[in-house]
Design a protein around this ligand. Structure first.
Ligand code: GLC
Ligand code: CA
Length: 559
């Protein structure tokens, strides 16, 4: 990293392999399935793939609980099959990034198994073990932090009479990155994969890997995610990342993107500002995913376009000239964006509008499997049909306050499971995902929404993504232009320009089914622009503006 700049012109396809494509008929997506689909991925025009974790895992958090960092989950294949995927991707000029989870491992990882054997075991200090204390005869945890997935952040172990820290599920004990031996392990893990030809890493919740020494309690005590200031964006995180960069990453032609919950653009700049202190190429922002919820997808509020615009603009403006953005609207942690920020009724229109809205900004676009065909939320009829640990946790907490019917609605809207239903390839059995029994429900709408149906339709969302990716690749104004927003307070339209080397791009996105009169900013004459992308036919201009159709998109290029 550091000297490389190829990631600025990159476009990434994100695979959550369990639901991508099943190659061996056991109902679980795998690397054999990926091999079958590499030409499809390439046909989108992307030049990189990021795999959510594909390592051995007991699947308490579907792969984000890793029990062996140097192998491949047998459900997904083997090191040999992975090498084939890597080589075949490289042959097609696509880079491959792995997800690296350094904040925690699985409790079934041999390190943790050893660490819980005795207080003087050499692995004991790989994790945050702390002795139990007793207040008036009651055992209490070492501090008052809460976990993201599982109530208290501490789990008691009777053998040692100690607690271990887990910011996520109980089966995801936090690794003690302050221990140099743990950092050595991760440097070796990075080299293991980079030496095999992997092109870099997406680093999971990397802003959490440093904790305040002494692990103090946090006040005022919050009902959820209490302790955040002691485990988020601590100065140690930068030190650790600098060590990884100096000792390993700088010796390879590779890329790193850090997942950064609870991080503002200003804070992100500490890690990604180009120059000697840079420790990551990009960071994955969260604020733009909170335009219809409060902090987590499980606390809903009505969608607010000004909130979305404010978040996107903040990262665009603050990073300009200093650092590079990661652009995304979907991944395995959020429900489908058409169901959130767009409209299922105007699925095709809003799907294309949303795609252009984020992909024409400055940064590296990430596209999540199924997004490119406009997949939508699932809506299962019962809470227990949602397998994700964080969904079940949210349901448990919410059920203390709300009736079941409402809890179900919240889950149907916000669950990560929405993004994890199998990719819809065809209108055949199980949407062509598997010849066996799919591990998770296929969305009923697969007969209408599937890759095969969209391949031959020039107006499909899929073919729009292809045009958009090509357009971005071929136009330096999209890659490198400056960004400026118009009418930031408008509740229905998102309008921005990009400017580079005498060329200008004007992007107009309607976020409503209503008709809205749009007047071009004074410095633009629409009649002189070339309509480069749109989601309707017959794009008239009247008095340097137009009345929008539902979720209309227009992109004008001025050369
Ligand atoms: C990240 C991952 C998410 C996982 C969590 C804990 O947020 O994207 O899927 O559950 O970290 O590893
Ligand atoms: Ca399989």
């Amino acid at each position: 990293m550091g000297k490389n700049t190829w990631y600025k012109e990159m476009c990434v396809y994100h695979i959550w392999v369990r639901s991508f494509c099943d190659g061996n008929g056991d109902g679980i997506g795998d690397l054999w399935g990926v091999l079958q689909k590499l030409d499809y991925i390439k046909s989108l025009g992307v030049n990189a793939i990021w795999f959510s974790p594909i390592y051995p895992s007991p699947n308490a958090d579907f792969g984000y609980d890793i029990s062996d960092y140097k192998n491949i989950h047998p459900d997904f294949g083997s090191l040999e099959v992975f090498q084939e995927v890597l080589d075949e991707a490289h042959k097609r000029n696509m880079r491959v990034f792995l997800d690296l989870v350094m904040n925690h491992s699985s409790d079934e990882h041999p390190w943790f198994q050893e660490s819980r054997k005795s207080r003087d075991n050499p692995y004991h200090d790989y994790y945050y073990w702390r002795p139990a204390t007793y207040v008036r005869g009651h055992r209490v945890p070492p501090n008052n932090w809460t976990s993201h997935f599982d109530g208290e952040a501490w789990e008691y172990d009777a053998l040692l009479d100690e607690y271990y820290l887990h910011l996520f599920a109980k089966k995801q004990p936090d690794l003690n990155m302050a221990n140099p031996a743990v950092r050595r392990e991760f440097k070796e893990i990075m080299r293991f994969w980079l030496d095999r030809g992997v092109d870099g890493f997406r680093e999971d919740v990397v802003t959490f890997i440093g904790k305040t020494p002494g692990l103090p309690s946090s006040y005022p005590r919050l009902p959820a995610v209490n302790g955040m200031k002691h485990f988020s964006n601590r100065p140690e995180v930068h030190d650790y990342l600098m060590e990884f960069k100096r000792d390993v990453l700088d010796q390879y032609d590779c890329f790193t993107v850090g997942e950064s919950p609870n991080t503002t653009a200003d804070t992100a700049l500490r890690y990604v500002t180009e120059g000697p202190d840079q420790v990551l190429d990009e960071m994955i922002a969260f604020s733009h995913m909170e335009a219809d919820c409060i902090m987590t997808d499980m606390v809903p509020r009505p969608f607010s376009l000004p909130k979305l615009k404010k978040a996107m603009t903040e990262w665009q403006v603050k990073l300009e000239g200093k650092a590079w953005n990661a652009l995304y609207l979907e991944n395995h942690d959020h429900s489908r964006v058409i169901s959130r920020y767009g409209s299922e009724k105007y699925r095709v229109e809003s799907g294309k509008m949303l795609a252009a809205m984020y992909m024409l900004q400055r940064g590296t676009p990430f596209i999540y499997q199924g997004q490119e065909i406009g997949m939508t939320n699932l809506r299962l009829p019962r809470i227990d049909m949602y397998p994700d640990v964080s969904t079940q946790n949210a349901a448990r907490i919410a059920s203390h306050l709300l009736p079941n019917s409402l809890v179900l609605k919240i889950i149907q809207r916000g669950a990560r499971d929405n993004a994890r239903s199998p990719v819809q390839w065809t209108d055949g059995p199980n949407a062509g995902f598997t010849s066996g029994e799919p591990w998770f429900q296929v969305n009923d709408n697969y007969r209408e929404i599937n890759v095969a149906a969209q391949e031959d339709d020039p107006n499909s969302i899929l073919n729009f993504y292809r045009r958009l990716i090509r357009f971005r690749r071929d136009h330096p104004v999209v890659l490198y232009g400056s960004y400026r927003e118009y009418m930031p307070k408008d509740r229905k339209l998102y309008v921005y320009e990009r400017v580079y080397d005498g060329k200008r791009l004007l992007v107009i996105c309607s976020f409503t089914a209503e008709q809205v009169r749009f007047d071009a900013p004074v410095n633009f004459d629409l009649e002189k622009g070339l309509l480069a992308l749109s989601n309707y036919d017959m794009n008239f201009v009247i008095s340097n503006g137009f009345t929008t159709r539902p979720y209309e998109l227009r992109v004008y290029l001025f050369e």
